[in-house]
Design a protein around this ligand. Structure first.
Ligand code: ADP
Ligand code: MG
Length: 301
């Protein structure tokens, strides 16, 4: 097979591992710098150009699209889909997962356990919004934040009011969420491929910090998850329409709650923590599933 990997750089851990795993299995892998590819959308034969050449004959595409390039990245992926190339994750599913509010609404509709979450536009309704989610302490999140940036813990009602006011004053879209204190600064990253959790790790925040993101200094260790957590993670990925996802779960007093579903989960943390060949499993999944023109949406939106 010929596999395209959409990525900023081939030297990134996840990208390097995917190339290795593809080559070990006798496939050809080419890294395409997402922002350097350009497209001809007007013709009835959609094309992607790269370094002056037309890209052709790809069987599958692995999107590794950073949050800052979601718009262009998903447009490029859609172009691959229109050309009939099998995407590991579809563009529509990636767009969905990048919007925390939309994701939570989709998960809520299907009965997935979530932290109590509120969303409002007008600063006039802050008091009632806070009451609705159970009062302080609350977690306030920018709708499109990532790597823990834009996630704030407000311990008191007053702190919550002023943070919310400040964000709304800047015209930022935010979620206000019940703080799951009993999680103790830890969450569980479930790595889903197809209909299985293939690996799970616990991420623990550094002392004095409630965000467990590895980018914020959190540390990873191996963990055994319950059958309930396993099925919640698999269902969450499937509701989002993602074949490969990092589903983040908090252990709360009211059971496992899903915090977010990541469509380009990093491989380094999970491979190092569990010793598993996740890149290999991703390539094997593509091997089993890639067929021309096999997308749910065919790039339709
Ligand atoms: P990001 O997309 O920036 O990673 P998250 O929603 O995953 O944003 O939040 C970052 C981290 O903050 C989580 O990994 C978790 O450790 C912590 N966190 C987020 N929401 C809550 C919450 N409602 N209760 C407790 N901890 C939370
Ligand atoms: Mg997160």
């Amino acid at each position: 097979m010929k596999i395209a990997i959409l990525s900023r750089k081939r030297s990134l851990y996840s990208t390097t591992r995917l190339i290795e795993a593809a080559e070990q299995r006798g496939h050809e892998a080419q890294v395409i710098n997402t922002l350097r590819a350009y497209m001809n959308i007007a013709s009835n034969r959609p094309e992607i150009h790269y370094n002056g050449q037309i890209l052709a004959d790809f069987d599958a595409v692995i999107p590794r699209i950073g949050a800052s390039v979601t718009f262009y990245g998903t447009a490029l992926l859609r172009q691959f889909e229109m050309m009939g190339v099998y995407p590991l994750n579809e563009s529509v599913a990636i767009s969905r997962s990048r919007d925390k509010l939309r994701s939570l609404q989709l998960l809520a509709r299907k009965g997935i356990g979530l932290p109590v979450t509120g969303f409002a536009h007008s600063p006039d309704d802050i008091q009632d919004l806070l009451t609705m989610v159970g009062g302080a302490p609350v977690v306030i999140k920018l709708l499109e934040g990532t790597q823990g940036i834009g996630v704030v813990l407000a311990e008191t009602q007053k702190a919550a009011e002023s943070v919310i006011e400040a964000f709304l004053g800047l015209k930022a879209n935010i979620l206000v969420q019940e703080y799951i204190r009993e999680a103790g600064g830890a969450d569980i990253r479930c790595f889903v491929i197809g209909d299985k959790v293939v690996a799970a790790m616990k991420r623990q925040a550094v002392s004095g910090e409630f965000r467990s993101n590895l980018h914020r200094g959190g540390s990873a260790s191996i963990i055994k998850i319950t059958p309930e957590e396993r099925s919640t993670a698999v269902r969450a990925a499937s509701i989002m329409g993602l074949n490969v996802a990092g589903v983040d779960i908090l252990r709360s007093n009211h059971g496992a709650v899903v915090m977010e579903v990541n469509s380009s989960p990093g491989l380094e943390g999970i491979e190092v923590a569990t010793g598993k060949d996740i890149a290999g499993m991703i390539i094997d999944f593509i091997d089993r599933n890639a067929r021309p023109h096999r997308t749910r949406t065919k790039g339709k939106g």
